[in-house]
Design a protein around this ligand. Structure first.
Ligand code: FAD
Length: 139
């Protein structure tokens, strides 16, 4: 079964409270764990950036569910690659909230100190998520 990595970004349809975000994370952890999909979800009040890794069929199914979710819209696929190993194998769905999306990291990987994945290359999104994986306490 081919291993793939998919990265997308999206915009919230309405401002989500922490309880709603926790519900998304909890569903993601539960569902992804069952199909061995791993990854990372970054978010602030406006945007989501998510990386999904796993067997191609499973990642495609999860992404299809996510695409149809009314809690976000304007989903843009940033990267889709066959990979030889996972980068986020420890997390059914690691999660990085706005407070950990530090300005220096946003400046390093985009032209702006505010987190806006629509203004980042897919490669830069992955670079930022790899640094976050190594440096922040994931919830
Ligand atoms: P349920 O959770 O029971 O949901 C059934 C339906 O109701 C789905 O269509 C769902 O979209 C919708 N729904 C559920 N709660 C709400 C709500 N509060 N408001 C409006 N509609 C709602 N799922 C994963 O499995 N893995 C992921 O990695 C993942 N990441 C996500 C990232 C983001 C940014 C978002 C917004 C959602 C993510 N989800 C993820 C959730 C995903 O979109 C589906 O909701 C979920 O896969 C459906 O799970 P379920 O079959 O258990 O159904």
């Amino acid at each position: 079964m081919y291993l793939v990595r998919l990265i997308y970004c999206s915009a919230v349809t309405h401002e989500l409270n922490m309880q709603e975000v926790e519900q998304i994370i909890s569903t993601a952890k539960e569902n992804n764990g069952k199909v061995e999909v791993t990854g990372l979800l970054c978010f602030n009040r406006k945007y989501f950036l998510q990386c999904l890794e796993g067997a191609r069929t499973n990642v495609n199914k999860v992404y299809h569910n996510i695409l149809n979710d009314p809690r976000h819209h304007q989903v843009v696929l940033l990267e889709y690659d066959e990979i030889s190993r996972r980068e986020f194998s420890d997390w059914a769905m690691g999660c990085v909230p706005e407070s950990d999306l530090t300005k220096p990291l946003c400046i390093k990987y985009s032209g702006n100190s505010e987190f806006n994945p629509y203004e980042m290359r897919g490669e830069s999104c992955l670079g930022m998520m790899l640094e976050l994986r190594n440096s922040v306490a994931l919830i």
